[in-house]
Design a protein around this ligand. Structure first.
Ligand code: AMP
Length: 220
């Protein structure tokens, strides 16, 4: 089985590098990138009903209710390209209920080859990365103040016309709450997928290139 025929979940706390590695995996292997966070931020920016409902939870560092995100994922997975290209799930599932719903959808759609990569990163490294994270308002590319020497208002080097901004939930007051939410609601997924023999744990504390090599090694 090649990487393109796989469906990969990237699991890990906020700041673990899920988005960064997702971008590279999508580029290198053509997987469909399904980031619930990106979809919710786009809905919020577009002022849709979904965006309005999600905003208060996101601003508070809490999870958006399961039924909203499960609906998004179910709809996207049902599109034809997922079966041909394989899917990279970034930021979903985040609760046991979401994992159970995902298992049902995967079975219904006959998507095979699920594997879960867990990025383990210390709180100290997470907090440093989140405070330095900058994103493109056009293409969602991820940069870092320390690593890339870029800041808010700079032009995006990945697309035409994008400008970098700091996610409102990357500000220190929200970061602490997001980590608390992670340990309480998402970390139990590590045991859930380990018990099912699906999980590979990767030390994600190193720089992005070194971690990406480990990610690739776990896929091939
Ligand atoms: P992310 O970009 O993955 O860090 O997600 C940003 C925010 O979007 C999270 O802090 C949640 O409020 C919301 N969110 C993203 N994915 C999910 C999910 N699978 N379940 C619930 N809320 C989510």
């Amino acid at each position: 089985m090649t990487v393109a025929e796989r469906n990969v979940i990237l699991l890990g706390p906020p700041g673990a590098g899920k988005g960064t590695h997702a971008e590279r995996l999508v580029e290198d292997y053509g997987l469909v990138h399904l980031s619930t966070g990106n979809i919710l931020r786009e809905a919020e920016a577009a002022g849709t009903e979904l965006g309005k409902q999600a905003k208060a939870y996101m601003d508070a560092g809490e999870l958006v209710p399961d039924e909203l995100v499960i609906g998004i994922v179910r709809d996207r997975l049902a599109e034809a390209d997922t079966k041909q290209r394989g899917v990279l799930l970034d930021g979903f599932p985040r609760t046991i209920a979401q994992a159970q719903a995902l298992a049902e959808v995967i079975a219904q759609l006959e998507l095979t080859g699920l594997l879960v990569i867990n990025l383990s990163v210390s709180d100290e490294v997470l907090i440093r990365r989140l405070s330095g994270r900058r994103m493109c308002d056009n293409c969602d590319a991820i940069f870092n103040l320390d690593r890339d020497g870029v800041d808010v208002g700079d032009d995006c080097s990945e697309c035409e016309g994008g400008k970098l901004y700091q996610r409102s939930d990357d500000k220190p007051e929200t970061v602490a709450e997001r980590l608390r939410t992670y340990y309480e609601q998402t970390a139990p997924l590590i045991g859930h997928y380990t018990e099912r023999g699906l999980l590979t744990d990767i030390d994600g504390n190193a720089d992005a290139d070194a971690v990406y090599e480990r990610v690739i090694a776990s896929l091939t």
